[in-house]
Design a binder for this molecule. Structure first.
Ligand code: NZQ
Ligand code: ZN
Length: 388
């Protein structure tokens, strides 16, 4: 086990009355004027909007609305919201939605207090030094952005999708009411499950020795998420499955899996996926159901022990050599994604084959990606070709 610092200051309010607690908490913290950021129409259809508006008014918190955050959220929307916060003298951001809304809110919280373009933080031209307070009402579980310090944004002018991670980006508080997720479309439930599983796997294979609890915890997370997504496809209104899935997906990327590990994770599959999203507006979870198994196949020789262990513990594979078991586990994972209806081939995402070299170059524009095996553009191209 490696030395580590574990820090996660986000207060989590969880359960069927959680969303009613966020406005009183904002008011208690002395905040009177917030930007309420959200996506399309789902918060109106679920009743989350009317409940929050009532609760903000009852608690004397003035809010200015900013709807319209898209999946694969855009820098231009963030810039619009930054101007609004400045013009209206708002003190904090209240994000109501999923990863796209929360990540945009994190960007806004940084950008309001910075003179240059907020993109500087995503391009590594600058490091964040201050941020407005951020509060979250989570309406769809997948990314764990509601309890982590990462934001992922697309600069549509440059055609780049990039992430920034900084302690300033932890939400002050997050409410998670799983009952509002009954309306999450099947495709998004599947994407959320794929994303959460891949978050665990990004760390699991990194080859750290003597992290037995984290390995077992990760295997338990993957097995639980698999069962819960299957249960939700049978019954989207199963509250207990929604609740367990909501917490499992948070735990998949809130720092608990990588404590004591050599790194926070490999994230080469994510970097490759972000290139697809930037170029083709591909949905995040779908980039991962396509690329993660191909990445696993490409790098499994680097840590056969972990890959065969994954296969044994998650898919009960027992026969053959370690190589056989490792490969069988990868095929089982791909088969599981396919059984949910997730795409498993890059061609299914509408990516033309002749775009692969350009995508590989984009994914490695900041240097090699990954930690288990540092991947250069030709490696990324080989993975993408295998996934095509
Ligand atoms: O826009 P609305 O109408 O709200 O609809 C949304 C959206 O279409 C819908 N939705 C949300 N709550 C709902 C609902 N529909 C019905 N009922 C509800 N209760 O869900 C759709 C997807 O929303 P989105 O926020 O895009 O999904 P997700 O949470 O999967 O976020 C994906 C984004 O997060 C980034 C991804 O790259 C992508 O841009 N990630 C963020 C990470 C982080 N901050 O740590 C890590 C991840 O690896 C990921 O990169
Ligand atoms: Zn992800």
């Amino acid at each position: 086990m490696q030395d580590f610092v574990y820090y996660n200051p986000t207060k989590v309010l969880f359960g069927q009355d959680a969303n009613a607690k966020i406005a009183p908490l904002i008011a208690q913290e002395g905040i009177q004027r917030v930007l309420m950021l959200y996506g399309g129409g789902s918060i109106h259809r679920t009743g989350v909007y009317s409940q929050l508006v009532r609760s903000l008014e009852e608690n004397g918190v003035v809010f200015v609305e900013c709807p319209g955050v898209k999946q694969n959220p855009l820098l231009s929307k963030v810039e619009e919201a930054i101007s609004l916060v400045r013009e209206r003298g708002l003190q904090a951001i209240l994000a109501v939605g999923g990863g796209s809304v929360i990540d945009s809110a994190k960007a806004i919280s940084l950008g309001v207090l910075y003179d240059g373009s907020v993109w500087d933080f995503y391009s590594r031209a600058a490091k964040p030094s201050k941020a407005l307070p951020l509060y979250v009402v989570s309406t769809v579980s997948a990314t764990a952005s509601e309890m982590n310090s990462t934001s992922v944004l697309t600069n549509e002018t440059l055609g780049h999708k990039s992430a920034v991670t900084n302690d300033l980006l932890f939400p002050r508080a997050t409410s998670i009411d799983p009952s509002v997720q009954s309306s999450v479309p099947v495709r998004q439930t599947v994407n959320g499950g794929v994303d959460a599983i891949c978050h665990v796997l990004e760390t699991y294979f990194d080859g750290t020795k003597d992290v037995e609890l984290q390995m077992e915890y990760s295997e338990g997370l993957v097995r639980s998420i698999m069962r819960l997504v299957e249960a939700l496809l049978k019954n989207p209104c199963d509250y207990q499955a929604r609740a367990q899935f909501a917490w499992a997906s948070v735990c998949a990327l809130n720092g608990t899996t990588w404590a004591g590990h050599l790194s926070r994770g490999d994230f080469a599959s994510h970097a490759m996926g972000h290139s697809l999203s930037a170029a083709y507006d591909a949905i995040h979870g779908e980039t991962l159901s396509v690329l993660m198994p191909a990445w696993m196949k490409f790098v499994m020789a680097e840590n056969l022990g972990a890959f065969s262990r994954f296969s044994e513990r998650v898919f009960q594979e027992s026969g053959g050599s370690r190589e056989d078991r490792a490969a069988a586990g990868i095929e089982k994972l791909r088969g599981f994604f396919a059984s949910l209806g997730a795409p498993t081939r890059m061609r299914d995402l509408g990516v033309p084959e002749d775009a692969l070299p350009r995508l590989a170059a984009d994914a490695t524009r900041g240097g090699p990606v990954g930690t288990l095996k540092k991947l250069q553009a030709p490696d990324v191209l080989a993975i993408m070709q295998a996934a095509y």
